[in-house]
Design a protein around this ligand. Structure first.
Ligand SMILES: *Cc1c(COP(=O)(O)O)cnc(C)c1O
Length: 331
């Protein structure tokens, strides 16, 4: 463990997150489900502003941006993107400008993350485009920024470098589990672009543990997600100068909770959010963690786990989006 810590510490890093995040037992929820012991890794409390998994990744990615002399960050996604907002907040903290490119129309009212983007003074631009066209738009805007004299740096939501943040999270988890005297059998978390899962799987491999990491996909194209996760994981292992390889079967992705797509919040997820709020005093989000928790609860109910297993749910954050889904959650 010390060895891995040393390797991670060699990477340039800016301090953005409050670490380690707590590992807590979800006693009420475990009792309610009469299943295995459920734990929660509170990465919704990584800080910066509203926390979440992106903050861990940004510690490494923003350090790289600074090293390259960047003064303008470019990021994007959908308008409720946690990635875009976290990147913007990190940019502000480091004295940089941020351009956010969304592939959705400008809504009349700004809510949730988009409202935060406005408050934090991002240069926000809206496009009606699919992700393929968006990639071209990104390139064009970066070129324009350079021509205007800025030094832009594009931050993807997942990358091998960012995943080191989740290798570190695995290290934290293993240390916490060891000091609690428990063995973690499974980790369950929401997966969108693969960086979180990649880092956890790499950490597990390097630390020679046998934790099964289950990503609950919110991405309709689960084949793409699997390939991307595998690629990022092996890219990350290379950065860490390890010889081992992550194989296809090391990446476990469940694809039954995409629902009606990324932005959809169904009544089942709304119910899950309410159950966890009432049982544990913990707030999940509508796009990622609500769906992943629904997945975890279904796995418990279908007796996927053994009663003596310890399951850790990684709360990857995303809570500002709650405030963009009031009408559905109010029901
Ligand atoms: C981005 C995000 C995820 C997905 O993480 P990936 O590393 O992209 O798979 C999960 N939960 C929340 C809240 C997120 O914002």
């Amino acid at each position: 463990m010390k060895n891995l810590r040393n390797v991670i510490d060699q990477f340039p890093r800016v301090k953005l997150a409050y670490l380690p995040t707590p590992l807590e037992e979800m006693k009420q929820l475990s009792n309610y489900l009469r299943g295995p012991r459920l734990w929660i890794k509170r990465d919704d409390l990584t800080g910066l502003v509203f926390g979440g998994n992106k903050v861990r990744k940004l510690e490494f990615v923003m350090a790289d941006a600074l090293e390259k002399g960047a003064n303008t960050i470019v990021a994007g996604g959908m308008i409720q993107s946690n990635h875009a907002f976290a990147t913007l907040a990190a940019a502000r903290k480091l004295g940089m400008k941020a351009v956010l490119l969304f592939r959705e129309r400008k809504p009349q009212e700004y809510r949730g993350n988009l409202l935060l983007d406005h408050i934090f003074g991002a240069d926000i631009r809206f496009f009606k485009a699919d992700w393929r066209t968006m990639a071209d738009i990104n390139k064009k805007i970066i070129k324009t920024l350079i021509a205007e004299g800025y030094v832009p740096y594009y931050v993807p939501s997942s990358s091998p470098l960012g995943s080191i943040g989740y290798v570190n999270a695995m290290l934290e988890l293993v240390e916490q589990a060891d000091s609690l005297g428990i063995e973690i059998n499974y980790i369950v978390h929401a997966a969108g672009s693969g960086g979180t899962q990649a880092g956890l799987v790499v950490g597990n491999k390097i630390l020679k543990r046998s934790v099964k990491v289950i990503g609950v996909s919110v991405e309709p194209d689960s084949k793409w997600l699997h390939t991307n996760t595998l690629q990022i994981a092996n890219g990350c292992i290379k950065l860490l100068k390890r010889n081992s390889i992550i194989r296809s079967q090391d990446i476990i992705i469940i694809n039954d909770y995409v629902e009606r797509g990324y932005k959809a919040l169904t009544s089942q997820t709304a119910t899950t959010i309410k159950v966890v709020a009432e049982k544990e005093g913990i707030l999940l989000d509508p796009i990622y963690t609500g769906k992943a928790m629904k997945g975890l609860i279904d796995l418990v109910k279908s007796r996927y786990f053994k009663k003596q297993d310890n399951i850790v749910f990684v709360h990857t954050g995303g809570t500002p989006a709650i405030f963009a889904y009031g009408t559905i959650l109010q029901k």
